[in-house]
Structures are given as structure tokens and as C-alpha cells.
Design a binder for this molecule. Structure first.
Ligand SMILES: *Cc1c(COP(=O)(O)O)cnc(C)c1O
Length: 388
């Protein structure tokens, strides 16, 4: 048997909507993108959604709209994909990396409070909802990450690349922060091949993002081809970027969006089974979920081979591959990547939790169409490898 690490489910209206685009005679940003934005905003329950060609583009537009300047400092979790930090460098600003919590790989209000005490000059925060679980942005005692940031005047950029559809206390991720960015990359919870979405309730941020998404032109492409004004006439108000989402991709996104809740439910079934069937393994630390069962997007199922494990993470991955099972690692922490390590003189001793996670972490296959047989195979082989 072969079990891939992840697999896209594309069995809904994807073909129908893409065909509509191909037959329309206009393949880039137009009605399908607009419709995708509107439906996404409705789903997340937010005022504005802006479709772009990647989550990295959304993060770049978001951090630009928040007003980050060259020389500013920005808190970024150590345990994330490099995109969360590179966008800080795009602005000429500098990341200040935060160690994360064991079990969730998230930053917590406590971690943030300690970081603020050490770095009172930092006025921006990138939050990563690692694996599909929302960080503790809000809580009933008013001491969540958002509460702290509002009090301290820190602006928040949410990297929700893993977290659609995810909630916290029943509220959708993307509906409460300053700016939230989602990814529709090929292996994310819903996909457009490549793509991303930025959501915000702030009209000023939205207006800035819309202009910067398309060369700093003060009118949308779609607008150029639908309004009564001559289509050649436009003004440029800033040196913007080329980040718009083509309609071909938006068509796939619209179809994926229709299935998003079902995909999430199916991933949750897989996650709950792993949690049940692997809970007795002393060598393995399972991911900790602190949100309500229906609130987790379960993009990843990362386990950590702990100090009791007799085999290394790398050997484990090789043996899983020998048995036809795909796995991955999320992530090599930022402080170990040479660019950041060397330019910021990062010392592993300052990131003890991320170090511990990194040494043993491996993500098991999880995807919506994963069969019970496939999952049983993974579970059995994990046991055989760890307890020969
Ligand atoms: C995938 C990912 C991104 C980047 O998404 P793209 O759509 O590929 O640009 C950013 N942050 C995290 C945490 C990711 O996993």
C-alpha cells in the first residue's frame, strides 16, 4: 500500500467553474474572483476579502498596509514557514523570533507578554495558527493575544495559511484581527493551485491592499474593463505589486469553498482516530488541541518522537518512506535557517522548545479522502517502526 502525505480532493464543481472561465474569453481577474472574494468574506464573516496569487503576497500586502517601515521590529514565531518572516525583510524591517509552546507549536499570551517585557520597542506581531489551530487570540478573561496587543498598541498580522476553516470560541479565524492571510497552495486545506486571500474589517487597510495588489493603480483591472470610462485611463498612486488572482484559480477556489466544511470534518475524523489509536505510545507526543473539536482546521497532524524514542526522526521518516508512507516536517525552526541564523546571530539556546520539537517532529498523512484502510496502515507501521 502507498499513502501520500497529502492529496487534493477535486471532485466538486471545479471543472464546471473552470470551463465557464475558459469559455468566457477572459482568464484573469474578473467575475469569478469577485464572487470568490464575496463568498469567502461571507464564510469568514468579515467585511472585506481580497484574493491574491499566494498567501505570501497577502502577507506582503498586509504588512505594507499595517505601515511597517524599514528598521521596525516585528515579532514572528520561530516555528513557522519562512514566508512569515521573509515579508518582514521585504519591508526592510527585522524579525524578532519567539519560541513557541510545546504540544501546540503556537505562541501564547504568556510568551508574548514576556517578549514585550524584553523588547518594548516592537510594535508589530505576526501570529501563525500552526497546524490549523487558532492561537489564543481572545479568551473569556480578556487576556488573549489580541487583548494584549490592543493594550500595548501592537498591530497584528495573522498568518492563517493552515487555518481555514478554523474558529476560536465559535468565531472564524479571519474575522477579528487587523489583517488575516490565508493560503490556497496545492497542499493546503482548500486549494486554487496557487493563491491566497487577505481578510480585514478595516476599510483603510482594504483600500490600500486593493491598490497595492495591482501596481498601485487606483482602479481594478475588472473595473477597467467594465466601467464606462475609457479602459486606458488610470493613475498610479504608489509603486505597487502584481498580486491579483486569475479567474481560472478563483473558479477552482469557489468549488473548493463549497466543500471546505466537509473537508474539515473529514480531516477531523482522521485526527481523532490518530489521537485515539496512538495515545498509548510512550515514545510519541501527540499534538495538543486546546480549541473546541469543531474549531480546529487540522491542516497538519504533527507528532514528536520524544526522548524515549529509540530511533531518530530522520530514520523514522526513511522507514515510513520505505513502506510507501509520505511524511513531512513542520518545521525546521527559523533560527536554524542560515540567512536568519547568521544575520541575526540566533542561538539555539534561546529557543529550547522549538529545538525540542524540531529534533523529533514529523507530520503524518492527513487529507479529506483518507480511507480507514490507509489510516490503519499508517498506524500499524508507526507501531512496527517504533516497537519492532
Ligand atoms: C504555506 C504557508 C505560507 C505561504 O503560502 P503560499 O500561498 O505558498 O504563499 C505562509 N505561511 C505558512 C505558515 C504556510 O504554511
Amino acid at each position: 500500500m502507498k499513502v501520500p502525505f497529502s492529496k487534493v480532493t477535486c471532485a466538486g464543481n471545479e471543472l464546471k467553474y473552470v470551463t465557464e472561465v475558459l469559455e468566457s474569453g477572459w482568464l484573469t481577474t474578473a467575475g469569478k474572483t469577485l464572487s470568490f472574494e464575496n463568498k469567502f468574506a461571507e464564510k469568514v464573516n468579515v467585511r472585506y476579502a481580497c484574493a491574491v496569487n499566494s498567501c505570501t503576497a497577502a502577507l506582503h500586502l498586509g504588512i505594507e498596509a499595517l505601515g511597517v517601515q524599514s528598521g521596525d521590529k516585528v515579532f514572528v514565531p520561530d516555528m513557522t514557514f519562512t514566508a512569515s518572516a521573509e515579508i518582514v525583510r521585504y519591508m526592510g524591517a527585522d524579525p524578532v523570533f519567539l519560541d513557541v509552546e510545546y504540544g501546540t507549536s503556537l505562541i501564547t499570551p504568556e510568551i508574548l507578554k514576556k517578549a514585550i517585557a524584553e523588547h518594548p520597542d516592537v510594535k508589530y506581531l505576526v501570529v501563525v495558527h500552526y497546524g490549523g489551530q487558532s492561537a489564543e487570540m481572545l479568551n473569556t478573561s480578556g487576556t488573549g493575544i489580541m487583548d494584549i496587543c490592543r493594550k500595548e498598541g501592537i498591530k497584528v498580522l495573522e498568518d492563517a495559511a493552515h487555518a481555514f476553516p478554523a474558529k476560536l470560541g465559535g468565531r472564524m479565524v479571519g474575522s477579528w484581527g487587523d489583517v488575516t492571510c490565508f493560503s490556497f497552495y496545492a497542499n493546503k486545506t482548500i486549494t486554487t493551485g496557487e493563491g491566497g486571500m487577505l481578510t480585514t474589517n478595516d476599510e483603510m487597510i482594504y483600500n490600500r491592499v486593493k491598490i497595492m495588489r495591482l501596481h498601485g493603480i487606483n482602479r481594478d483591472v475588472w473595473d477597467r474593463f467594465t466601467s464606462d470610462k475609457p479602459s486606458w485611463e488610470y493613475d498610479v498612486v504608489a509603486p505597487g505589486f502584481k498580486y491579483n488572482m486569475p479567474d481560472v484559480n478563483a473558479a477552482i477556489g469557489l468549488a473548493q469553498l463549497e466543500e471546505a466544511d466537509r473537508f474539515r470534518d473529514e480531516r477531523q475524523v482522521v485526527a481523532e482516530r490518530y489521537l485515539e489509536k496512538l495515545s498509548d505510545l510512550e515514545m510519541v507526543d501527540l499534538p495538543v488541541s486546546k480549541v473546541l473539536p469543531g474549531d480546529h482546521a487540522w491542516h497538519l497532524f504533527p507528532v514528536v518522537l520524544n526522548e524515549k524514542s529509540l530511533i531518530s526522526r530522520n530514520d523514522f521518516i526513511q522507514r515510513m518512506a520505505d513502506r510507501g508512507i509520505g511524511t513531512s516536517v513542520h518545521y525546521k525552526p527559523m533560527h536554524r535557517l542560515s540567512y536568519y541564523r547568521d544575520n541575526y546571530q540566533l542561538d539555539p539556546l534561546n529557543f529550547p522548545v522549538a529545538e525540542k520539537i524540531w529534533k523529533g517532529t514529523v507530520s503524518l498523512p492527513i487529507f479529506p479522502s483518507m480511507s480507514k484502510e490507509e489510516q490503519n496502515y499508517v498506524i500499524d507501521e508507526v507501531r512496527k517502526i517504533l516497537y519492532p
